[in-house]
Design a protein around this ligand. Structure first.
Ligand code: GKR
Ligand code: MG
Length: 442
């Protein structure tokens, strides 16, 4: 019989959490196409600030929506007064309050729709930021220490409409140049994708390229990969991510054409069984951020052999330490680990870089949407990429501080935008009336 054990947390110290501030923000996002529809002119994020009795502040950033924000509000009293070192106990208390979250609550969309994992991530990262500041060590050291000083990222290409997002429209500015102009330009065919890739790689120095698929009929997306291979030659690793929109037969047919062109094929099909079937038929490695998305799904993933690479995301796996645990599991079972992304700002990027620097193995450049964003919420301004990589910050904690003016402005954006959750289907219907999301389309 399973008996619930009482969670006893030690008495509070100066590192007990005194204040919690939860600030929803809306950041400018271009009209990017994906399996779920179209990105709205703003992406929603939530910034969490914890302040201890000793006045040390820790911050974190997670994907935002009204449900997550309400749940965070209801977690406030449970977390207040807890010592930031007691992360295991805090996790237990939150689990007891919210109840276990099942993998099916992730939903069918390309992005994760669970709540509890986001809340863990928000609290854990902010606590790690505080622990780092209290001990004078960067977060990477709290994760076991630095394995690399620079963390490589991949160019993340999207089919898109013209426009750069913001002001709830598709405004374009003819004065804009360089990557900012490329970020506004339409990319609806292989030539547009190659132009976008050139501009992104020139500006940021990326050395691997990912194309977000699941937008057009598979043949069109295969043509884009062929065009990228032709434009960039054999030395640049390429990936395609149809976000599980293909049937197994489609994935086997089109994946077959891509076998010699791709570094990996990401989530061609839906569910672990279908992934295992496709993996059996193709020699190209398969990666996922959709079919194996939580610890409870690992046993079946191993039994079926559903993927080669798990794309972790500390926002979706319940924090940075959970991602380190996942890396050990991956190593044990012969999986590789890399990283997934959604539209985000620099607090998330800083956390991803600390994690990327601490992972024992890193065989693939990580995903990031960061070049698509233009806003920032931290005092150091936007991160720069050097040869596609970001150097890990050495300051205590995450190494980034909130820019209060920017936070206030982005919060106003949130209030004025009227958006409360990511809804790419509704956004797509504004352009293609009657458009419907389908979990499997081709
Ligand atoms: O931002 O449209 C997007 C992506 O499709 C995102 O939502 C996915 O979660 O990037 C992600 C992925 O790799 O599946
Ligand atoms: Mg993906």
């Amino acid at each position: 019989m399973h008996r619930k054990t009482q969670t006893r947390l030690p008495d509070t110290t100066g590192l007990a959490i005194r204040d919690i501030t939860i600030t929803p923000i809306a950041i400018v996002d271009p009209p990017l196409l994906n399996a779920g529809g179209l990105h709205a002119p703003y992406a929603l994020r939530t910034i969490v600030e914890l302040v201890t009795e000793d006045n040390i502040t820790g911050i974190s950033e997670i994907p935002g929506n009204d449900g997550i924000n309400a749940a965070l509000e209801s977690a406030r009293d449970l977390v207040a007064g807890r010592d930031v070192f007691q992360l295991n106990g805090i996790r237990r208390i939150l689990e007891d309050h919210f109840g276990k979250e099942s993998a099916s609550q992730r939903g069918d969309a390309p992005w994760d729709q669970r709540k509890l994992i986001h809340i863990f991530s928000a609290i854990e990262v902010a606590c790690m930021d505080i622990i780092g500041k209290a001990t004078g060590r960067p977060v990477v050291d709290l994760l076991g220490g630095m394995m690399r000083e620079r963390v490589p990222f991949a160019a993340y290409l999207f089919y898109k409409y013209e426009g750069a997002g913001g002001k709830l429209g598709f405004d374009t500015d003819p004065q804009v140049r360089g990557w900012a102009a490329a970020r506004q330009a339409a990319a609806l065919d292989p030539d547009g994708i190659v132009d976008q890739a050139r501009s992104m790689c020139e500006t940021f120095g990326f050395q691997s390229i990912k194309l977000k698929g699941g937008v057009f009929e598979p043949g069109v997306e295969v043509d884009s990969i062929v065009a990228l291979r032709k434009a960039f030659g054999p030395g640049v690793p390429l990936r395609l991510d149809p976000n599980a929109l293909w049937k197994a037969e489609t994935a086997i047919e089109h994946g077959g054409k891509l076998e010699s062109l791709l570094e990996y094929l990401e989530d061609p099909v839906r569910g672990q069984e279908n992934m295992a079937k496709v993996r059996e038929a193709l020699s190209v490695p398969l990666a996922t951020n959709m079919c194996t998305t939580s610890f409870e799904e690992i046993p079946q993933s191993i039994a079926l052999g559903s993927e080669d690479i798990i794309l972790s995301d500390h926002h979706f796996w319940g924090g940075l330490r959970a991602s380190m645990e996942l890396s050990r599991i991956c190593e044990t079972f012969g999986r590789d680990l890399s990283m997934h992304s959604n539209s985000h700002l620099g607090i998330s990027l800083a956390a991803m870089v600390h994690l990327g620097a601490a992972l024992p193995q890193l065989s693939y450049a990580l995903d990031t949407h960061y070049p698509w964003q233009s806003d920032e919420v931290i005092t150091r301004g936007r991160f720069s990429f050097d040869d596609g990589a970001v150097e890990v910050l050495r300051e205590p904690g995450l190494g980034v501080e909130l820019d209060r003016d920017a936070l206030a402005r982005l919060h106003r954006n949130y209030l004025e935008s009227g958006l409360t959750r990511r809804d790419d289907e509704t956004e797509m219907q504004k352009v293609v009336p009657g458009w419907k999301f389908e979990p499997v389309r081709w």
